[in-house]
Design a protein around this ligand. Sequence first.
Ligand code: OGA
Ligand code: NI
Length: 198
Amino acid sequence: MVNIFETIISTFLENRIGISNEFLNADLAFQLKSNLIELYEKEALKQAGIGNKTLLTLDKDIRRDKIHWLDKKHQNKHESAFFELIDDFVSYLNKTCYSGIKSYEFHYTLYEKGAFYKKHFDQFKTDDSRAFSMVIYLNKGWQEGNGGELKIYTETGFEMVSPDNQKCVFFKSNELEHEVLVTNETRMSITGWLKTSI
Ligand code: OGA
Ligand code: NI
């Protein structure tokens, strides 16, 4: 576990983009993806908006993904395992980097074929509590021609992140602008933010 966390932190410190190719083990990735597909099939996913949870605007020109918030109250075994992993990561991050993370929020995310999310920052103008963004992908056997890359803009250009199963990408929410390119296949993930307020 510590090795995975160290990989994320060291790549983040080197490059401002932290990456672990196996943040989730294959079983947990499969179980969470099954949860997400079940939610999709019973039409429990909602069109994502822009703005925070309380101030939400829908804008389908900006983003076309569908989401559902994870919640400890669901008492879903696999969501609980996911939260345990995040708790361990947050403790490690706070201990080794003094990052002062106090809470987090995560949602399941599904991009249908043709969906995208235009260039944006993850921090809201009215709320700076999101310190770090984390996206964890649930797409087994993702192929290059499938599109749906995460394009992260850097000082010198950009980096492309392919949404491969079990992979986690980690960056500062107010620092790096990014977008999700049009996907040609269903694209699934868990997206979240580590926050400096409760
Ligand atoms: C987001 C986002 C990136 C991705 O949800 O804010 O930028 O790769 N997601 O899904
Ligand atoms: Ni984003």
